[in-house]
Design a protein around this ligand. Structure first.
Ligand code: CP
Ligand code: NVA
Length: 336
């Protein structure tokens, strides 16, 4: 039975532990094939639409290279290129794109948009990040963790920072499904919503994962295997710099926090882009306006032996390849 074929990836909660584990392991397999120059053209002759309402480096690059490696043609449709949601409804756009393309990636604001695309397109739709979730990121992240530790279940992953954004939501739920212990360490006003914590608890009861939500940094990071952070201000909320800097400064990943884990082998992950110095135009503006030269992670922590963010970024490509090949490829996957 081909349980992946034809399916969309809109949110992690729609997939079982076994299915997510399969995607992680399949990513590792495709990574190995790529490293050994062995062709893996599971999507020969297919056409993939890449819809972006928000900016992207990794997700766009990963989908593009993954599609081409798989033998498919990727077509980028940016927010100024198509009528989506402005002059043409999501429903109509989905019907048209679905009649021409074999699969559609969408990155944007509303989760409802990606759900409606999937509802009307009639082809697999992959969520490349919405305000609520970042599911393709999760396959790469847990692949990176599994490569490093050789296992997932029972590890302690601590996310510090904005506990309400897409990446935090996804880590909480995906970790709970996979049996990884997840701590969200954030100021109370940025705790994940009650509904989300409840959802994660339900998954955790089944997987054996432990869920902890705390504002206490020392307690939260203690004995962490993985420290994870993300930007304090996500795309679309650029008016929140001042309040986030005020709230989140104690939650910065720096060498002192790494020491507080008590684990010299702790790894640090970040989905990127990261604000760790003032070498960017953005960094200079924040430094001038708010006096912050580093935000969610210090340059020292970022460049330390703990930081695996670039391995993690590379894994976006291998894992997106696995997601597309599993849901759209002509391959037989036994029921997992
Ligand atoms: N991590 C991530 O999604 O990066 P991009 O925004 O560059 O795609
Ligand atoms: N939380 C970030 C993630 C970027 C990959 C954002 O939504 O901007």
């Amino acid at each position: 039975e081909q349980v992946f074929q034809g399916r969309s990836l809109l949110a992690e909660k729609d997939f079982t532990r076994e299915e997510l584990e399969y995607l992680i392991d399949f990513s590792a397999h495709l990574k190995d094939l790529k490293k050994r120059n062995i062709p893996h053209r599971y999507l020969e002759g297919k056409n993939i639409a890449l819809l972006f309402e928000k900016a992207s480096t990794r997700t766009r690059a990963a989908f593009t290279v993954a599609a081409i490696d798989l033998g498919a043609h990727p077509e980028y449709l940016g927010k100024n290129d198509i009528q989506l949601g402005k002059k043409e409804s999501v429903e109509d756009t989905a019907k048209v794109l679905g009649s021409m393309f074999d699969g559609i990636e969408f990155r944007g604001f509303s989760q409802k948009t990606v759900e409606d695309l999937a509802k009307y397109a009639g082809v697999p739709v992959w969520n490349g990040l919405t305000d609520d979730w970042h599911p393709t990121q999760m396959i790469a992240d847990f692949l990176t963790v599994k490569e490093h530790f050789g296992k997932l279940a029972g590890l302690k992953l601590v996310y510090v920072g904005d506990g309400r954004n897409n990446v935090a939501n996804s880590l909480l739920v995906t970790g709970a499904i996979l049996g990884v212990n997840i701590t969200i360490c954030a100021p109370e006003s940025l705790f994940p919503t009650d509904g989300l914590v409840e959802m994660a608890q339900k998954f955790a009861e089944k997987s054996g994962s432990k869920i902890e939500i705390t504002a206490d940094v020392a307690k939260g990071v203690k004995a962490a295997d993985v420290l994870y952070t993300d930007v304090w201000v996500s795309m679309g909320e650029e008016d929140k710099f001042e309040e986030r800097i005020e709230l989140l400064t104690p939650y910065q990943i720096n060498m002192e926090m790494i020491e507080k884990t008590g684990n010299d082998d702790v790894i640090m992950l970040h989905c990127l882009p990261a604000f760790h110095d003032t070498k960017t135009q953005y960094g200079q503006e924040i430094a001038e306006t708010f006096g912050m030269r580093e935000m969610e992670v210090t340059d020292a922590a970022f460049r330390s032996k703990h930081g695996l963010q670039f391995e993690q970024a590379e894994n976006r490509m291998h894992s997106i390849k696995a997601i597309m090949a599993a849901t759209l490829g002509n391959l037989f996957i036994p029921k997992v």
